[in-house]
Design a protein around this ligand. Sequence first.
Ligand code: PHB
Length: 386
Amino acid sequence: MKTTVRTVTAALFAAALISQAAFAETKAGLLLPKSGNYAALGEEIDAGVVLALEEAGMADDIRLVREDSEAKPPVGLAKTRKLVLQDNVDVLIGIVSSAVLGAVRNFVDGAGVPLIVANAGNVDATGKDCSASIFRVSFSNAQLNRPMGTWMAGQGIGKVYTLAPDYAAGHQMIEAFISAFEAAGGEVIGSEFTPFGKTQDFGPWLSKVGASEADALYVFYAGGEANSFLSQYRAFGMGETVPLYGPGFITSPLQTAAQGEAAVGIRSALHYIPSLDTPENNSFIAAFTARFKRQPSEYAVQGYDAARVLIEAIRVGASGRAEIAAALPGVRYTGPRGPLQIDPATHNIIQNIYIYETVMSDEGITQKLLDTVENVRDAANGCDLR
Ligand code: PHB
């Protein structure tokens, strides 16, 4: 009797070990802002992650440990340390703010924990400060703005004024725009930065733009600031005199329902727009809308693709920090945004950039594609991780 019990117990134990090996749980730290100016962006990326896990039937195999970065660098770093040292996560996903990405870069690099960036465009993280542990499936701050600089000059726009929040992303986006715009013959006649996350009244800056000779205004604003900036721009009645351009976060499909008519007519660039008519995007939109009862935006796609590259890595057998990091540089597929590839040299993403106009249609606000710049790849800036 004893022997039988022992044999059965041993057999059960062995079976438990085998099933653990086959379905070894991966712990993923999800670091996103859930409060502050970028809170809605964090929720949207989270939704994209959840959809990808559920669609792949991996919701029980990848356990999410969520932390709120508040989009503040010291908070982001403290939460990253907690996820890595205390929760012992295998991988980190998230980060919305370029400033938070800059703050966690050295710790992530030293700890050797793969970080799949699902928004923050900080160019240094995949350039001069690149890391074997940092991968990006969102966009870089230069990648969206260079094509807009070239395109706007090609439209015959001569003089431009720029505005953006005074932090890493604002500076990097505007710098990339200016260098491409000027190289193509444009002229930037004023460039100012507004205090980040605390500017309620953009009036003083809008007055300066209005009094200048600018043919157009180029801005980067996102989250809550995008909504307040856009409504004040409209209140100044500048739509006819100084048309507004920028990276498409200003009229992100996440926010156009709240913005209404104010968003219509703005021309901008993003790496994803919901109106792309491809089989991959149509099925993504159907799944996201069924699950969350709203249209997805670029932020949802970033969360979806961040989880998807992790799922692909796990499916080819990667388990634990080093194996996941080793599997990511080879990632390449066509998803909702079109073809995407992780650049093995920098771990940045290579993808199409879509120049579009926000328009009103019978079904409500949508995005009219004006131009596609294919397979945009950032300069390596000295980085070579191959
Ligand atoms: C950034 O800080 O890199 C950032 C934040 C919000 C965006 C885009 C970029 O929508």
